[in-house]
Design a protein around this ligand. Structure first.
Ligand code: PEP
Length: 258
């Protein structure tokens, strides 16, 4: 449970995935700026595809909205055709998603997630580390083992919890399916993840970490997550492509903080 006196600023991320052409991206960015600039009580991070990151940087400059990338390579430069490095992202993004299940599904290993986190931190980016179990792992009662393994692999070698890192608990079975975890289950998993961080880094460090819930979050169900004491915002996929829906989600999260 959250200690009395612990206040974490919730953060809502919008993961656009591989969606939107340039015009649609610019329209959405301007719409989000219009609706969300200056909103207190929540940090808003917009994560467009790589080609639109510099538009996002320019169109959101001077606003309270932040830009995030969806992935990074672990090497700073080299013969990695099609990849983008953390130092390259630094000019246009402040955050970067790492370990998203859609990257793990495409072959990213726990060791690579760890290298990406290190690369992001070295470049001055703030990693948003996604962890979550698959349906078969959930059915087999292995959720906490999976989360434990993913957290430990991703943070391998760290002796203190880097304060820049945000975690996102994203059950794979809830991503893009419309089958969101109940707020109570999501809360319990976030508590479990926080407990794992406390084991590794101590209670005070764990209490300071922001842990989002992600998986079929919508404007209609966000209030349930926002009300949970250990859920510090949301990582939003599909609903982040709709300016009104994403705005409603950010406002609901900000309202809980107020
Ligand atoms: C995501 O992409 O991280 C995600 C949670 O997607 P969705 O909200 O569409 O389930």
């Amino acid at each position: 449970m959250t200690s009395p006196g612990t206040r974490r600023l919730p953060v809502v991320g919008g993961n656009w995935k591989m969606n939107l052409d340039r015009n649609a991206s610019r329209t959405l960015l301007m719409g989000l700026r219009q609706r969300l600039d200056g909103l207190d009580g929540v940090e808003v991070v917009v994560c467009p595809p790589v080609p639109w990151l510099s538009d996002a940087h320019d169109l959101l400059a001077g606003s309270t909205l932040h830009v995030g990338a969806q992935n990074t390579h672990w090497e700073p430069s080299g013969p990695y055709t099609g990849e983008v490095s953390a130092p390259m992202l630094r000019g246009v993004a402040e955050y970067v998603l790492v370990g998203h299940s859609e990257r793990r599904w495409a072959g990213e290993t726990g060791a690579e997630t760890n290298r990406k986190i290190r690369a992001a931190l070295a470049a001055g980016l703030r990693p948003i580390l996604a962890v979550g179990e698959r349906l078969e792992e959930s059915r087999a009662g292995r959720t906490e083992n999976v989360l434990h393994l993913q957290v430990n692999q991703a943070l391998r070698g760290f002796t203190a919890m880097p304060p820049e890192i945000i975690l996102a608990y994203e059950p794979v079975w809830a991503i893009g399916t419309g089958e969101a975890a109940t707020p109570e289950i999501a809360q319990a998993r976030c508590v479990a993840v926080r407990g794992m961080l406390a084991e590794r880094f101590g209670e005070a460090a764990a209490q300071a970490v922001r842990i989002q819930y992600g998986g079929s979050v919508t404007a209609d169900n966000i209030a349930g997550y926002a009300a949970q004491p250990d859920i510090d915002g949301a990582l939003v996929g599909g609903a982040s492509l709709d300016a009104d829906a994403f705005t409603a989600i950010c406002r609901a999260v900000a309202a809980r903080a107020g």
